[in-house]
Design a protein around this ligand. Structure first.
Ligand code: SF4
Length: 274
């Protein structure tokens, strides 16, 4: 393995780092043309609620309960009037359900009282809602309103430190430093691509370096398995061994990837309960 560009111990110029970051973004974009938010939603309110619920749990788990949740409480008006025990029962599988239920009722009440039942489209207003921090605000802005935003979650932080785009553990610093490297219009998709790569290839404990499409531009190449055959076995979701059909379906219908994923999740769920 040869590396075109190596960010050796802080000697890389800002220009070289920008070029490398943009190259990684481009290659990830070509590899995951179907990258999308992994939370299911139909409008800004649903995305806001789903993102609040996703704290300390997985998107898959949130997606399992949101159909029932939004059937019962389709909008802020209904959720503002929810009885806490009823709401808690529905969202219990997402963990921390008492605090989350209180936040959702408070958030919905504020939307009704202050924003005419609409979700506001600015970070400054969104972060005044209960349970909403910058990460949630950026998810909502980027994906429900088309305002470019960098979403720093655990995967994004880990990968951008491995890419040496930042050294910070502080999400706000990571957001700012990565934002200086990549064009603003790319921010939302960059966030999805990096998170996709973190979930599938560059895992926290066992990164699959030998099966990584950006290995050539990654200063951390070699921190995980470099043997291509062994690394391929570490891949997950549609890249996992035996999932070639799912990946082919994603690639063939890039615009419908979210629907295909939901269908495959439902099939997995049906299998797990049968
Ligand atoms: S080369 Fe390894 S450390 Fe770098 S992004 Fe790929 S899997 Fe992660």
């Amino acid at each position: 393995m040869t590396k075109d560009i190596v960010a050796a111990g802080g000697t890389e110029s800002m220009l070289a780092k920008k070029r490398r970051a943009r190259k990684i973004n481009k290659v990830l974009g070509e590899f995951y043309p179907y990258a999308h938010p992994e939370l299911d939603f139909r409008n800004p309110f649903e995305l806001l609620v789903a993102t609040v619920l996703s704290a300390q749990t997985t998107d898959v788990r949130v997606n399992q309960i949101t159909p029932a949740l939004f059937a019962r409480y389709p909008g802020p008006q209904e959720m503002a009037q929810a009885e806490l025990p009823d709401l808690e029962t529905i969202i219990q599988p997402t963990g921390f359900f008492r605090a989350k239920a209180r936040n959702l009722v408070a958030l919905a009440t504020r939307l009704v009282d202050e924003y005419d039942g609409e979700v506001p489209a600015s970070v400054d207003e969104l972060v005044t809602l209960a349970g909403v921090g910058r990460k949630t605000a950026n998810v909502v802005l980027g994906n429900a309103f088309g305002v470019p935003g960098i979403t720093v979650d655990t995967h994004f932080g880990r990968l951008t430190r491995r890419f040496e785009w930042t050294t910070s553990e502080d999400p706000e610093v990571v957001e700012r430093e990565v934002g200086e490297l990549v064009e603003r219009k790319e921010w939302t998709l960059l966030s999805h691509r990096v998170v996709f790569h973190g979930r599938r290839v560059c895992h926290s404990r066992k990164p699959a370096c030998g099966a990584c499409v950006v290995a050539q531009w990654c200063p951390s190449y070699g921190m995980g398995e470099t043997d291509p055959v062994k690394a391929a076995k570490l891949l997950k979701y549609e890249l996992a061994p035996g999932q070639e059909e799912l990946r082919a379906a994603y690639l063939a219908q890039v615009d419908n990837a979210a629907e295909i994923r939901m269908a495959s999740q439902r099939a997995l769920l049906a299998e797990s309960v049968s």
